[in-house]
Design a protein. Structure first.
Length: 51
């Protein structure tokens, strides 16, 4: 079996399962699954300094 044949079969199987190749749709669905982590703040930034 040639690698191209395997790739084509994989793509066809993915389409049959409802997947597509639209990058915008992928990003939209990924955004629903993954929550963005906030940037970690340093301890110095979070501590209050005495007045």
């Amino acid at each position: 079996m040639k690698p191209d044949d395997q790739i084509d079969r994989f793509k066809e199987a993915a389409r049959n399962l409802g997947c597509d190749e639209d990058e915008a749709r992928f990003d939209e669905k990924l955004g629903k699954l993954v929550k963005h982590k906030s940037k970690p703040t340093s301890k110095a930034e979070t501590e209050k300094t005495p007045d």
